[in-house]
Design a protein around this ligand. Sequence first.
Ligand code: FES
Ligand code: FES
Length: 79
Amino acid sequence: MAEPKIAQKAPYKIDVEEGKKYFWCSCGQSAKQPFCDGSHSMTEFKPIPFSSDSAKTVFFCGCKKSGSNPLCDGTHKNF
Ligand code: FES
Ligand code: FES
């Protein structure tokens, strides 16, 4: 299993909209972090869908190592 690229060693704070579908970049190659821009096509990674039933602020994982992806679980503090 290939390792994802660490986009940044911190989460991305994003205000998400109610019911909107987002696609979190799991490969770390996207130029539009934390979201997928299709750059994973040459890798074994796939984007992870995310949606919320309410408008709120969430923290998407930037290090790509979270055990609770697509959201940050604090794993980035180990780097
Ligand atoms: Fe990373 Fe799509 S660009 S998962
Ligand atoms: Fe990846 Fe926090 S940014 S776990």
